[in-house]
Design a protein. Structure first.
Length: 307
């Protein structure tokens, strides 16, 4: 389960750290930060970017998953890929991405992709996910050798071009090594007509039809009757988790009463260790496969790979 949208709390660093610690102590699997940015809201309200909140939370937790909501709206996929994987390095493999179609908090009257002019629709988001995933794979983490004796920093023969050509044209590579997770897990809203695409999890509103394919999480938008909802969702073979959109006033009740009671009835799994992808039981997707893409340093044995 997750507290979805609680990043609106104006509590400073201490408040963010405290909230993250409370979620972790209660056994919450992951916190989705900034999900409300994908819905209509008061864009005059200032707030920290979800990736900054996740960075603070990462510093003050050791198990809590941190899912950052972001759109390829004013952010180019290259910027998104670099920022998300950087936060993931800080969190030691506990970060995921909620891919939004539109970010109302940074719209500033921009109703199209500010880089390509493309419409901000599900097809555009799909292209952004494919681009970000390709960039995450351009510099494999295990190519970083760090051998002090030979002076080799990385095996640069394994760094490949992204060669993305969809709504975006991106050569790559990313200038940050990839994740210990392989790829960060990706969530997106279901019902877009692109439900079989690149996302690991599809979000379905409680009561809506559940797609036949894909890993599905069900979003509850109220803590009212949550016990009955958990019973119903747990009984569904197609649902693999629950996102709970909480009002801050409901937090104590959910953390200290609802979650312990649900665990006693076997409705919620006990928290596990490992990367977020491992804890969710998600294999690294096969695509995109960059093994046939050109290497970045094709003509020089090891440029830039020295310590």
């Amino acid at each position: 389960m997750t507290g979805d949208g609680l990043s609106v709390l104006d509590a400073g660093v201490a408040g963010i750290a405290g909230l993250a610690g409370r979620l972790e102590a209660a056994g919450v699997s992951y916190w989705v930060i900034g999900a409300g940015r994908g819905e209509g809201n008061d864009v005059t309200v200032e707030g920290l970017d979800p990736s900054l909140l996740a960075t603070v939370a990462a510093r003050h937790t050791s198990r809590l998953g941190l899912v950052v909501a972001a759109a390829a709206h004013r952010d180019h996929p290259y910027n998104l890929a670099r920022r998300l994987v950087s936060v993931d390095h800080a969190a030691h493999g506990r970060v995921g991405w909620l891919a939004l179609d539109f970010d109302h908090s940074i719209a500033l009257n921009a109703n199209t992709d500010t880089w390509t002019g493309g419409d901000l629709d599900p097809a555009h988001t799909e292209d952004a996910i494919v681009a970000v995933r390709a960039l995450w794979r351009t510099w494999p983490l295990d190519s970083v050798v760090g051998d002090l004796d030979t002076g080799v920093f990385a095996d640069v023969s394994r760094i490949r071009r992204a060669d993305v050509h969809n709504a975006y044209d991106i050569a790559g590579p990313l200038n940050v090594p990839g994740s210990v997770q392989g790829d960060l897990p990706v969530w997106r809203q279901a019902g877009s007509g692109h439900d079989s695409g690149a996302a690991d999890h599809l979000i379905v509103e409680d009561g809506d039809p559940i797609p036949a394919a894909g890993n599905v999480v069900v979003r509850l938008r109220s803590a009212d009757s949550i016990d009955a909802a958990l019973e119903r969702i747990t009984a569904s073979a197609k649902a693999s988790g629950v996102l709970l959109r909480l009002d801050p006033a409901e937090l104590d009740h959910v953390l200290h009463e609802v979650l312990p009671a649900a665990r006693e009835r076997g409705l919620l799994a006990e928290p596990e260790t490992g990367t977020l992808r491992e804890r969710l039981g998600l294999p690294v997707p096969v695509a995109p496969d960059l093994t046939r893409n050109p290497t970045v340093f094709a003509t020089v044995p090891n440029p830039g790979g020295r310590l």
